[in-house]
Structures are given as structure tokens and as C-alpha cells.
Write a protein that binds this ligand. Structure first.
Ligand code: SAJ
Length: 452
């Protein structure tokens, strides 16, 4: 099967890199998005988010003359759906006293509906959006069949999960193995032919529901593994241990690979996808549910750490804490990083944001420096215009994201920009000895071995 022209619906973190990559491999690509601002930005030759390497591939795609943009799909050989599947914010499900989130499938539904008038015999439709099990069969196929054509016999229909890591999307798109689930084996074969255009990793054919489950299992496994690391950080503090040291020692075991604790789990994938399993089968997902709870509670654990740091400082000066109000009331906190993880500009579902809000609820004045998005407009959050402005009058510096530029800070230089000598490192980004040498006192999340 050959593909000359394709429509990629949804030009976000996955759709845009995928569409641009197809265009640089000789296909005519119509990039479709319902957001007129996105379309305008792309038409003006700019991209609307930061992803290493995307800018170059995008420029190359534009120069090739193969890449154009529209707010509606049009006739094509293949349609690829890469729209968001967030959860609903106004309603939730409940099972046995456990409240769980519900997937918001409106974008998938309307993207699929938009294809119907343009669907022709022999076309391929691929859903890439992370979705609850059976979405391709129970939601997408019936909508497409309103065209009068039958999925699997008149047109090919596949589910193929995106599995790329933000920050490394351009490389992983090409190199990662690709799972392609078809409603029929012929559909899976058509999907293989489609991705073979640029994928160098292995392409594995299966059915649609297996492919959907594969994706959810990957991200759920990561969520559960991060939850255990976060729970270990709490246990380590309870028992006067440094969790980072304990993890590195445990990981010497040949079959153990404990992940890193931190301020919580963010982003649009790992903190969202496990809910799709819980929603689909709440009675079977107690572990998955509780891992979500542990990770969601981690920002509160950070607040306890910050309070503890001030208690230690205050006890040294005054010999006690005034119990009447929060020890954080009026404290000036320089928060470093707001992105959901290192070296990306994506602030979605960021645990750092939650930490900032919780600090504010305790009466702290928080100034945030996010070098990847200094002008982000986050309601209620005071974004600083520079690192200097964040540090200037701070009572404590709080490291929330392990951005490379933060971990490469020169302690002496930071000391010259601020009068505080108190640091709280939530991500094991800083070397205690180096900072101590410059006169700093460093507290680390998950480390209660002996306050320095
Ligand atoms: N995190 C920790 N500790 C760790 C690792 C991560 O606290 O040891 C936190 C991060 O700081 C971040 C969150 O977890 O807040 C998620 O980050 P991530 O790097 O684990 O994952 P994502 O969300 O950027 O990308 C994941 C990837 N999935 C897996 O690694 C199984 C990626 O391959 C998927 O394509 C992507 O989700 C997606 O789109 O689903």
C-alpha cells in the first residue's frame, strides 16, 4: 500500500513532530488543528512549543513544500489522530469509597467525526492518542462507519501508541519500536507500511486493544515504580536515612532498578493514563489507584520538608516554633523550576505548580524562576523575570526541577546573588559538599540522615 497524502489531526507534542517527520520523508502532509492560533503560528513558520530538534525538522518540512495547515481534514490516503485525552475536571467516578478520574474523549470523538465526510475506500485511519482499552473498537470504529464504509474491510483501522519521551521526541519517533494494532491483520499490515516510511525501530503487529493496553501498562508501571520510590523517601526520612544513598545501594542488586523520588509525578501521560485503567475496571485496580494517591500526595511531603528546614533554622536562633501560625507565613521562597520534568518547557500537571500553591496556602511568598518558560502565565503564580530577581531577597532556595542549568550552578556565583544560605533540593540535583564549601546549608528531600 502506498501513501502520497496524509492528514495529521492534532498538532501538539506528538502530532506536530510526527507530521513534520512524514513531510520530510516525501509525503504531502496536511496538519490539522482546531486551534486557529496554532495554525497561524505554524503558517508564520514558527512552532508553538519547545522540543529539541523539532525546529530544524519543521523548517525542513516547510522548505520541502510538503507541509501545509488547515482547520479541517480533507481527502487523503491516511488519517492520523493525535489529539489530547485529558481527564474530566467537573465529574469523577467512585468505587468502594475511592474517587477516580474519568477520561475526556471529546477530542478523539470530534477528530474522528471530522474524518467521516472525507473517508474513502482503501484509506487508513490510525489513532495514536492514549485511550482507555477498547476505544478503537467501541468509539472510533462506529463513528467512522457512519460513512457507510466498514472498518477492516472497506478501510483500514489501527491503534498505534506514541511512546516517545518529551525532550527526546525527534530521535525516539524514529528509533523506538512501534506497536501497531489493527482491527484486522490487514489493517495492522497497512499500519506497518505507514510507519515504515520513517520508523527505524522494529514494528510489531497486533490487535487494537492489545496495543491500547500496552501503552497504558507502560505508563502505569512507571507511575507505580515512582510511587514506591516516593514512599521510600518518606520512610527514609522517618528512619534517619538518606534515600538517595539507599536507592543507589539497592540498585547494585542485579534485578533491582528503583526510580527517583521527587516532588511528584506530572506531565500529560504518567499522571493521567493510569486513571484510564481505574475507570475501565475500578474493582481490579487497587494498586494502580493507590500509587496515584501516593504520587499526588508528594507535593505535601515537600511542604513538610520546607517546614522542617525552617524549624531547624528557627530552633537554632529562637529555640522553638510559634505554633499559632504556619512557620512558612511570610517566608520568601525562591522556587527553581516549574516544568513537569527536567529540560522541557511543559508545565502541564506539574507537581512543582502544586508545591507553589501549597506553600502560598501556608502564607509563604513564592517567586518562581522557570528558564524554559519565563513568561508563562500561570494564575496565582509569581513568575520572576530572571534568576537574580528570584534569588534576591529569598529566605530559602527550593530546587523543584532538575534542569541541567540548575544542577550546573556554581555555588559561589549563587552566593553572590542572594543573602540566604539555605537550600532545599527535592530532586537530588546538588552536591552537598560543594554547596557547603560556599557556606550553604543543604536539605534534601528523602534525606534525614543528619541535617548539615
Ligand atoms: N519522575 C519521577 N521519578 C523518576 C522518573 C520520573 O518523579 O524516576 C517524574 C518526572 O519528574 C515527571 C513524571 O515523573 O514529573 C513523568 O516523567 P517521565 O520522564 O517518566 O515520563 P513522561 O511523562 O515525560 O513520558 C512518558 C514516557 N513513558 C515511559 O517512560 C513509560 C514516554 O515514553 C511516553 O511516550 C510518554 O509518557 C507518553 O506520551 O505517554
Amino acid at each position: 500500500m502506498s501513501f502520497q497524502k496524509i492528514c495529521v489531526i492534532g498538532l501538539g507534542y506528538i502530532g506536530l513532530p510526527t507530521a513534520a517527520t512524514f513531510a520530510t520523508h516525501g509525503l504531502k502532509v496536511i496538519g490539522v488543528d482546531i486551534n486557529s492560533q496554532v495554525i497561524e503560528t505554524l503558517r508564520s513558520g514558527e512552532i508553538h512549543f519547545h522540543e529539541p530538534g523539532l525546529g530544524d525538522v519543521f523548517k525542513q518540512a516547510i522548505r520541502s513544500g510538503n507541509f501545509s495547515f488547515s482547520m479541517q481534514p480533507e481527502e487523503a490516503d491516511a488519517f492520523l489522530i493525535a489529539v489530547p485525552t485529558p481527564f474530566q475536571t467537573d465529574v469523577h467516578g467512585e468505587y468502594d469509597g475511592r474517587k477516580y478520574k474519568l477520561a475526556d474523549m471529546r477530542a478523539v470523538r470530534s477528530a474522528t467525526e471530522a474524518i467521516v465526510p472525507h473517508l474513502r475506500k482503501g484509506n487508513l485511519v490510525v489513532l495514536e492518542s492514549t485511550s482507555p482499552p477498547r476505544t478503537t473498537i467501541d468509539l472510533v470504529a462506529p463513528i467512522l462507519e457512519r460513512s457507510g464504509l466498514k472498518a477492516g474491510s472497506d478501510f483500514f483501522l489501527c491503534y498505534s501508541p506514541e511512546r516517545v519521551l518529551p525532550g527526546q521526541i525527534m530521535r525516539e519517533l524514529i528509533e523506538n519500536a512501534r506497536v501497531v494494532g489493527g482491527v484486522t491483520p490487514e489493517s495492522a499490515k497497512a499500519g506497518r507500511a505507514f510507519y515504515q516510511i520513517f520508523v527505524k525501530g522494529e514494528i510489531i503487529e497486533t490487535d487494537t486493544t492489545t496495543a491500547e493496553m500496552v501503552k497504558l501498562m507502560e505508563n502505569t508501571t512507571r507511575d507505580v515504580n515512582i510511587a514506591i520510590a516516593n514512599e521510600f523517601s518518606r520512610l527514609a526520612e522517618r528512619f534517619g536515612v538518606d534515600v538517595w544513598e539507599a536507592i543507589s545501594l539497592a540498585n547494585r542488586h542485579p534485578r533491582i532498578n528503583i526510580l527517583s523520588p521527587g516532588p511528584g509525578v506530572g506531565g500529560h501521560c504518567i499522571s493521567v493514563d493510569p486513571w484510564f485503567f481505574v475507570e475501565a475496571a475500578p474493582e481490579l485496580t487497587s494498586l494502580i489507584y493507590h500509587a496515584r494517591q501516593v504520587n499526588n500526595a508528594q507535593p505535601s511531603f515537600v511542604i513538610e520538608k520546607v517546614k522542617q528546614a525552617f524549624r531547624i533554622a528557627q530552633a537554632a536562633i529562637l529555640g522553638g516554633e510559634d505554633a499559632a501560625e504556619s512557620i512558612l507565613s511570610g517566608k520568601k521562597i525562591a522556587a527553581l523550576g516549574l516544568a513537569y520534568k527536567p529540560d522541557v518547557d511543559d508545565l502541564r500537571e506539574s507537581p512543582a505548580t502544586e508545591v507553589v500553591h501549597l506553600l502560598q496556602e501556608e502564607g509563604a511568598q513564592v517567586k518562581v524562576w522557570e528558564p524554559f518558560k519565563p513568561d508563562a502565565n500561570m494564575p496565582g503564580i509569581d513568575m520572576a523575570s530572571s534568576l537574580e530577581a528570584t534569588l534576591k531577597d529569598a529566605d530559602v532556595i527550593l530546587l523543584l526541577v532538575k534542569h541541567t542549568e540548575f544542577i550546573n550552578f556554581d555555588p559561589e556565583e549563587i552566593a553572590s546573588k542572594t543573602s540566604t544560605r539555605r537550600l532545599i533540593d527535592c530532586v537530588n540535583g546538588w552536591n552537598t559538599k560543594k554547596w557547603q564549601k560556599a557556606g550553604f546549608q543543604l536539605h534534601r528531600l528523602g534525606d534525614n540522615k543528619s541535617p548539615i
